[in-house]
Ligand binder design. Structure first.
Ligand code: SF4
Length: 387
């Protein structure tokens, strides 16, 4: 993907739909999710459709992403109602990418065929690992064999774009089991692979367990696992295009590319975050409170912030530097390179200048670059005039 193509996604129209229902809550998860509340699915979908219908009209959507939670956990016909609402309100471009996240245990041929028939053309499986011990430690409800059968079901149903999410660095994982996970993932010939380090998020059962003495993920081990993944995925024909994402050429996730190019995207559902009309907004996080608000004709918003002035530039660096193509040079990159932090990052080879772009060369240190970006002050504009 060329920088011009990547930056071009700033003009895309995209939408995120949050589906918060899960079978059980994984101990590391800090998303806005619920388990055992499937009884709320009909009301929730009605609320999401109402939120869509009351949103500002837009041009046809070029990328739609159903994330969660577990979209594949709910009845496909409910997801179809949401797609209908999006089509009615904004339209869906003929060649739009329409993605959903799915868990392997939910995804048989019947469900895959139904979802594909509704218009979904990309599926991202929460595979996480092929090691049974790691899957248990992560609290996942599937067996490794179900990853294979769900990918087969997706292909048979006509999905031409299949992605696998993997998690590395669980303390129960060994070097061999991570290598085996990658090799079995590659054997399934996915079009796209995401690899995420297990992180201990505040307030999760995992963070409480670690506080009580359970082993925490080791950053050095995680760095080794990441580098190994990058190497073997590269050999398998996948190119890394973002910190945690690899794909075959042409299979980069268009929804995420829109977000990273500072493109605008609608967001619907509890806890959803969006960016529209230069405003970054977030919806009410708690499911019942979100539904209650919509049912009583109140706003779904929990907060919003207008991105203007210097913040536009900081935001451009913050989201854009995640990409391998980096960002075009501008006021923000100049301010970073002029700062003490920026000079240190440049000298250490963490960031590099490449013609008219700034890139992160050591993706494992992306958070350090982000911290330096957030701390940047706007250039001082002289107010002196010539009398
Ligand atoms: S399945 Fe995914 S969204 Fe649901 S609890 Fe587990 S990690 Fe969270």
């Amino acid at each position: 993907m060329t920088p011009t193509q990547a930056d071009g996604y700033s003009r895309s129209s995209a939408a995120y739909v949050h589906v918060p229902f899960c079978t059980s809550i994984c101990p590391y998860c800090d998303f806005a999710v619920v388990a055992g509340r499937d009884d709320l699915a009909d009301r929730y979908v009605a609320a999401v459709c109402s939120e869509i219908s009351n949103s500002e009209p837009w041009r046809p959507l070029e990328a739609i992403y159903f994330g969660g939670g577990t979209p594949s956990h709910v009845d496909p016909s409910l997801l179809g109602l949401v797609l209908d609402a999006l089509a009615l309100k904004h339209g869906i471009a003929v060649d739009a990418e329409v993605s959903l996240e799915a868990n392997p245990e939910d995804f048989d041929t019947v469900r895959a065929t139904s979802l594909h028939g509704l218009g979904f053309n990309r599926v991202s499986f929460g595979a996480q690992s092929f090691d049974p011990g790691v899957l248990v430690a992560l609290g996942r409800g599937h067996q490794s064999g179900e990853i294979e059968s769900s990918v087969r079901a997706a292909r048979e149903a006509g999905f031409e774009n299949v992605s696998l999410d993997l998690i590395y660095g669980t303390p129960e994982e060994t070097t061999d089991s991570w290598n085996d996970t990658l090799s079995r993932a590659i054997d399934l010939t996915p079009d796209h692979v995401s690899c995420y380090a297990l992180t201990v998020e505040m307030g999760t059962p995992l963070s409480r367990a670690v506080r009580n003495g359970a082993e925490a993920p080791d950053p050095d081990t995680q760095a080794d696992r990441y580098e190994y993944a990058d190497a073997v995925l590269g050999v398998a024909g996948h190119t890394r295009y973002e910190v945690s994402n690899w794909s075959r050429a042409g299979y980069e996730c268009r929804y995420n590319l829109t977000v990273w190019a500072q493109g605008e995207y609608e967001a619907y559902g509890n806890g959803a975050h969006g960016f529209r009309n230069r405003r970054r907004f977030r919806n009410i996080r708690r499911l019942e409170a979100y539904v209650d608000s919509i049912e009583n004709s109140r706003s779904a918003r929990a907060g919003e912030e207008v991105i203007e002035g210097w913040d536009v530039e900081l935001d451009r660096l913050f989201v854009g530097l995640r990409r391998v193509v980096g960002v075009a040079t501008g006021e923000g990159t100049m301010a970073l390179l002029d700062s003490d932090d920026g000079r240190r990052l440049l000298e250490a080879g963490v960031i590099v200048r490449d013609q008219d772009r700034l890139k992160i060369a050591k993706p494992l240190l992306t958070d350090a670059v982000h911290r330096s970006v957030i701390a940047l002050q706007p250039p001082i504009v002289s107010t002196e005039t010539n009398a």
